[in-house]
Design a protein around this ligand. Sequence first.
Ligand code: FES
Length: 344
Amino acid sequence: MSALPGSSEGTAVTGLDSSPVEADPRVLADLPPLTARTEAEAGEIIARYPHPRSALLPMLHLVQSVQGYVSPEGVGFCARMLGLTKAEVGAVATFYTMYKRHPTGRHLVSVCTNTLCAVLGGQQIYDAVAADLGVGHDQTAADGSVTLEHAECLAACDYAPVVTVDYEFYDQQDVDSARELVTSLRRGEKPAPTRGAPLTDFRGISRQLAGFSQHADVAAERAAVDGPSAGVPTLIGVRLAAERGESAPPMDETPGSAPEPEPAGAPVGASGGTPAEQVGDATVAVAGNPAEQAGAEQVHTDAAEPAGREPVQRGHEGSDTPPQQNPGAGTPPPTPGTSIEREV
Ligand code: FES
C-alpha cells in the first residue's frame, strides 16, 4: 500500500501533516506580494544554471524569504519562471522539510529528537518548549514569534542535545537553557549562537539560502561568514592525536596509483594490516568448523570470491541479473534532454 502525499494513510504512517499546499484566505490577506524585485532576483538565480529548472531549489528559498513559506502563489511563480508545471514544483516543495507549507513565525526553532540527542534529553527539551509555546510540530505560537519543529539529526551529534534557530546552532542544550532561549526569542532578542553566524530570522536565512546576502553591508556579511565554526567537541580527536604525536598515514596522491599487489601465494585473509583486519585474520585462523570458517571470513573483505561466482562485468555493477535479463545493464547514462532528465 502506498502512502500518497495528501492522503490520510500518509498522515497515519508519518504522524505528520501530509496535506497538499492550500491557500488560506486569512493568511493570503496579509501575505507580502512577490514583486518585480522578486522576479528580477529570480532571473539572477536562473542565470546561474545551464538549465532554468536547475534553479528551483534556491527559487523556493527566495519565495520563502518574501512570504515566509512556499505559498500557492510562490508555487505558481516558480512554475511560470522555470517553465515547469505547478505539480512539478509542488512535488519538490513538499519533499524537502526546509520548504515550509504553512506560514512560519519570525524564527524557526528546530529541536533534534534523533537518537543521540534523544538519549541525552532532546525529547524532554522538545516537550518543554512545546508546552511553553502551546504548539506542536510545525506549528506557530499565537504571537507569531516562533515556529517549532521536531528535527532529525542536525549533523552536530558531538554537541548533543542540539537546538537550531533559523539553522544556527545552539549546542549542548538542556531543558532550562532551551526554554530560556525561546523566551528570549519571544522578547525580540537574538541570543548569539554557540558557533557560526549571528542569528537573523527565518526570512533572512531563507534569503541567504537563495544565494543573496541578508546583511546590511559587506562588513556584516564578512563577520557572519568568518564566525567560529568548530568547537572543543569537534576538535577533541585532533587535539588528542596531536598530544600523542599521532598522524594519519600519508596518502599516495600519484594519479592512477594502486595498492601494492599481494605477494603470490599469500594465504587468503592473512594480508590485513589494520587492527580490524588482524582481528579478522586471527578469527579465521582459529575457526574450528566450516560454518565458523565461513562466518569468520565475512569479517575480512579481502577473502576470495566463492567458487563459481562470475566476476562483475563492466556496466553491470551492483546487480546479479545477467545482462540479457537486465535491459538497462551496460547502456550509457542518459544524455541531457532525455525523458529521464525531464522527470521530477
Ligand atoms: S542526533 Fe541530534 S544532532 Fe545528531
